[in-house]
Design a protein around this ligand. Structure first.
Ligand SMILES: Cc1cc2nc3c(=O)[nH]c(=O)nc-3n(C[C@H](O)[C@H](O)[C@H](O)COP(=O)(O)OP(=O)(O)OC[C@H]3O[C@@H](n4cnc5c(N)ncnc54)[C@H](O)[C@@H]3O)c2cc1C
Length: 462
C-alpha cells in the first residue's frame, strides 16, 4: 500500500500502523494528502495552524480501540474530539492521530427508566431532539453543536442545572476505551474512581464511546430573550433574581454591545445591553410568576414565550471562524459596584467582547464538592469574559489578538475572576490553568486516577 506516500520497502512504524488502521477504517482514515483533510481536521476555533498526522473517524467501539492501538504502535500522540468546541483547541494537535468520535452519534431513549444511552460523538442538539420526542431532556449547555462528551467531561453548565444539577450529575455510566485498547465500563460500581474523574476531570483518560445519562420531564419551557438596559441595577438585579428564585428558573446573562441580529431591534445594535436568556423549566402555569422578578427589571425587549425545550438552542450570533480569547472564573459578590465594572469593561473593549454570567446554586450546590471532579459547588455565579477575534480581523491586523488578550487580562483583574475557573471555558490547560480548574485535593486525586488508567500519559496531549 502507498496510502500516505510511503511503501512497505521504506515502511516506518508510523506508516505500517496507519496502513493497518486504513485496512480497518478505509476512507475514514483521512490522511493529509487526501481530499477533505482540512475539513476533517478543522475545529471550531482558529489560531496558529495545526496539522495532525491523520484523522480517524471510527464508527464503533472496536474501531476506536483499533485507532488507539494503531497510534500506540506508531508512537503517535493522540487527540480525541467530538463537537470540536474546545477553546483550548484540544481536538487537534501537530503530528497527532485525531480520533474523531462524531460517527458515534446514536441515541437510544428508555422513557420508562428515564435514561438515554448516547454514542460518544453525539452533539447536544441531536441528543436533545431525540429526547424531546419523549418530552424528556438532559441539561447540557446553551449551544447545540457542542459535543455531549466534551461538555460532560468538564461538567456541563446550562439551563437545567439549578433544577437537575450539572450534566455530570446526570451521568449514570460511560464506556471508555483506555490507552491499551481495552474497553471498560465506568459507573458507581465498576471502576468508580474512573467514573469520578470522568465527571468534571476534563478528559484525557481515554476515549468515551458511550454515555448513559438520566432524563427529566421537560416538554415545554418558557425562554427567549429579555433585553435589559446596561445599568448596574439591572445587571445585579437579574443575577440576584435568579439566585433567589426557585430551582426551575435559570438564566444565562450576556453583557455586550448588541450584535446586529434580526431578533434585536436595529436601534439597539452596537449599544451596550444586558441580554438575559432565561429558562423556566417548571410547570408551565407557574412560568409567569417564576419569571416575574426578571420582568420587573424593566426590559426594553421582552421576547419570552413558551416553547418546546429544543427551541432554546435556536439562534445565537454566528461569529464565524475566530481566535478564542477567553477567561473563566467565579464570583460570589455580584453587587451594583461590581456590575458597574463589568459594564465598563465591555463598553471600553477594543472589539466585540462579552461577559457571560451564569447564576449557579440549586441542585448544583446540593452535590458534595468531592462527589465529582467538578468541585466548585458552592460558588454563586460562573463568569466568563471573552473577546473572540474573527479570523479575518486577526489576519488583517496583527495587533487584534494581542489587543484582545490585553483586554482580557485587564478585565480579569478588574472584575476579580479569582483563583478558580471552569475547565471547559479555559483557553489553555497548562499546569497553572489546571490549578485554577481544580482545588489541590481534587487535582491530587485526578493524578492518582490518571496514573492508574493512563500511566504513560498517552491521552495527556493538552
Ligand atoms: C459556543 C460555545 C458555547 C458553549 N457553551 C457551553 C455551555 O453552555 N455550558 C458548558 O458547560 N460549556 C459550554 N461550552 C464549553 C464546552 O463545554 C467545551 O468547549 C467542551 O470541551 C466542548 O466539547 P466538544 O466535544 O464540542 O469539544 P472537542 O474540542 O471535540 O473536545 C473537547 C475536549 O473533550 C475531549 N473529548 C471530546 N469528546 C471526547 C470523547 N468522546 N472521549 C474522550 N474525550 C473527548 C477532547 O479530548 C477535548 O479534551 C461552550 C463552548 C462553545 C465554543
Amino acid at each position: 500500500m502507498t496510502t500516505h506516500g510511503t511503501t512497505h520497502s521504506h515502511a516506518t512504524p508510523v506508516s505500517r500502523a496507519l496502513d493497518g488502521l486504513q485496512a480497518v477504517l478505509g476512507e475514514r482514515l483521512v490522511l493529509p494528502d487526501a481530499p477533505g483533510f482540512a475539513e476533517a481536521a478543522a475545529v471550531v476555533f482558529t489560531g496558529e495552524p495545526r496539522t495532525p498526522a491523520a484523522v480517524a473517524r471510527p464508527g464503533n467501539t472496536a474501531e476506536v480501540a483499533a485507532a488507539v492501538r494503531a497510534a500506540r504502535d506508531a508512537g503517535l500522540p493522540v487527540t480525541v474530539r467530538s463537537g470540536g468546541h474546545s477553546y483550548a483547541r484540544l481536538g487537534t494537535a501537530d503530528g497527532a492521530l485525531v480520533i474523531d468520535t462524531r460517527l458515534l452519534a446514536d441515541v437510544t431513549i428508555d422513557p420508562a427508566a428515564r435514561v438515554a444511552s448516547a454514542g460518544g460523538g453525539v452533539s447536544a442538539i441531536a441528543y436533545t431532539q431525540a429526547a424531546a420526542e419523549h418530552g424528556l431532556a438532559t441539561g447540557f449547555g446553551d449551544t447545540g453543536g457542542v459535543g455531549v462528551a466534551g461538555l460532560t467531561l468538564g461538567g456541563g453548565v446550562g439551563h437545567l442545572g439549578r433544577r437537575d444539577g450539572l450534566t455530570i450529575d446526570n451521568l449514570v455510566g460511560a464506556e471508555v476505551v483506555l490507552a491499551d485498547g481495552s474497553v471498560v465500563r465506568a459507573d458507581a460500581d465498576e471502576n468508580p474512581d474512573l467514573f469520578w474523574a470522568l465527571r468534571g476531570g476534563g478528559g484525557g483518560l481515554g476515549v468515551v464511546t458511550r454515555l448513559d445519562l438520566r432524563l427529566h420531564p421537560t416538554a415545554t419551557v418558557t425562554g427567549g430573550m429579555l433585553i435589559l438596559p446596561a445599568t448596574p441595577a439591572a445587571l445585579a438585579g437579574a443575577l440576584e433574581a435568579v439566585l433567589a428564585g426557585p430551582d426551575e428558573v435559570s438564566a444565562i446573562i450576556n453583557v455586550m454591545k448588541a450584535p446586529p441580529m434580526p431578533a434585536i431591534p436595529a436601534e439597539l445594535h452596537g449599544t451596550p445591553i444586558v441580554l438575559v436568556l432565561p429558562c423556566w423549566s417548571g410547570e408551565p402555569d407557574r412560568a409567569e410568576a417564576g419569571l416575574a422578578p426578571l420582568r420587573a427589571l424593566g426590559p426594553v425587549v421582552d421576547g419570552l414565550a413558551a416553547m418546546p425545550y429544543p427551541a432554546l438552542f435556536a439562534g445565537g450570533p454566528d461569529l464565524g471562524p475566530a481566535v478564542p480569547v477567553v477567561g473563566t472564573g467565579f464570583r460570589d459578590v455580584v453587587d451594583e459596584a461590581w456590575a458597574a465594572t463589568v459594564i465598563e469593561r465591555v463598553v471600553g473593549a477594543p472589539g466585540f467582547a462579552v461577559v457571560n454570567l451564569r447564576p449557579l446554586g440549586g441542585a448544583i450546590a446540593r452535590v458534595a464538592p468531592d462527589a465529582t471532579a467538578f468541585a466548585h459547588r458552592d460558588r454563586r455565579v460562573m463568569v466568563t469574559a471573552a473577546m473572540p477575534v474573527p479570523e479575518a480581523v486577526a489576519a488583517a491586523s496583527p495587533e487584534a489578538v494581542p489587543g484582545a488578550r490585553a483586554w482580557l487580562a485587564a478585565t480579569e483583574q478588574a472584575i476579580g475572576l479569582g483563583d478558580a475557573g471552569y475547565v471547559n471555558f479555559m483557553g489553555s490547560l497548562t499546569g497553572a490553568d489546571l490549578a485554577r480548574a481544580y482545588p489541590s485535593a481534587t487535582l491530587d486525586r485526578l493524578g492518582t486516577v490518571h496514573a492508574a488508567y493512563d500511566p504513560d500519559g498517552f491521552f495527556a496531549v493538552r
